[in-house]
Design a binder for this molecule. Structure first.
Ligand code: PGA
Length: 256
């Protein structure tokens, strides 16, 4: 089974950007630009404050909603946190979990990632589980060790069905927001390694169905070549998702 059986998935991670009115403008423009795009899953991930408004705009469209994080308790005395039932209520279908910025600046660990992944799945929300090495890891030849640690830590205890409801995003930290994209060959090498890890932990059949996105300076100019790699099933896009035109071009390059 090859890439053709996996629907490409393009997600725009807006990070800490866009007021509600900016989110409305961006979503409204994007909705028009991608209205005819079929055979690709399109996701936007606004900040918590814009989720419900964006959800209203994309109702009945081909765009789906993701949150950028979640807490594992449903409710209670946890000041500042947002729960899975709340994200579902706001219209989310997906949650980005374990982004390198959360690991780097907010103390996210494999354990918290795993707990959040399980929470998302138990509420019928699909986790986009981010994994990726730092530049010093790559230079020291530790890329596979770090990836193995992030993948096995993030997916620990998941059933095959739960893994199949999850998406893995490979994001080399040195390529995020730096303009330095991994070459298509570098991306393919790690994607195929991740698929091998999933094959060893689950089965060849399960591994062949899991979608693995690439993230890190994806732009209209490099998206098609990255996605032409056999194990690259889409993109997690930061900077280039903040402009409707560039994000729409990336979406279109997934279906060429
Ligand atoms: P970038 O961000 O496209 O701006 O590099 C990607 C990400 O962090 O998801």
């Amino acid at each position: 089974m090859g890439r053709t059986m996996r629907t490409p998935i393009i997600a725009g991670n807006w990070k800490l950007n866009n007021t509600i009115s900016e989110a409305v403008a961006l979503t409204t423009a994007l909705k028009d630009l991608v209205a005819d795009c079929a055979g690709v899953e399109i996701i936007v991930a606004p900040t918590f404050t814009a989720l419900a408004t964006v959800s209203d705009i994309i109702r009945d469209s081909n765009i789906r909603l993701a949150a950028q994080d979640v807490y594992w308790e449903d409710s209670g005395a946890f000041t500042g946190e947002v729960s899975a039932p709340m994200l579902k209520d706001a219209g989310c279908d997906y949650i980005i979990i374990g982004h390198s910025e959360r690991r780097q600046y907010f103390g996210e660990t494999n354990e918290s990632v795993n707990q959040k992944v399980k929470t998302a799945l138990s509420h019928d929300l699909k986790p986009i589980i981010c994994v990726g090495e730092q530049l010093e890891d790559r230079e020291a030849g530790r890329t596979e060790t770090v990836i193995e640690n992030h993948v096995s830590g993030g997916t620990a205890g998941l059933s095959s069905a739960q893994l199949l409801s999850s998406i893995i995003a490979y994001e080399p930290v040195w390529a995020i927001g730096t303009g330095k994209t991994a070459t298509p060959a570098q991306a393919q090498e790690v994607h195929s390694y991740i698929r091998k890890l999933l094959k060893d932990a689950y089965s060849a059949d399960v591994a062949s169905q899991v979608r693995i996105q690439y993230g890190g300076s994806v732009k209209p100019e490099n998206a098609a070549e990255l996605m032409s790699q056999p194990d690259v099933d889409g993109a997690l896009v930061g900077g280039a998702s903040l402009q409707a035109e560039s994000f729409a071009e990336i979406v279109k390059s997934a279906i060429l």
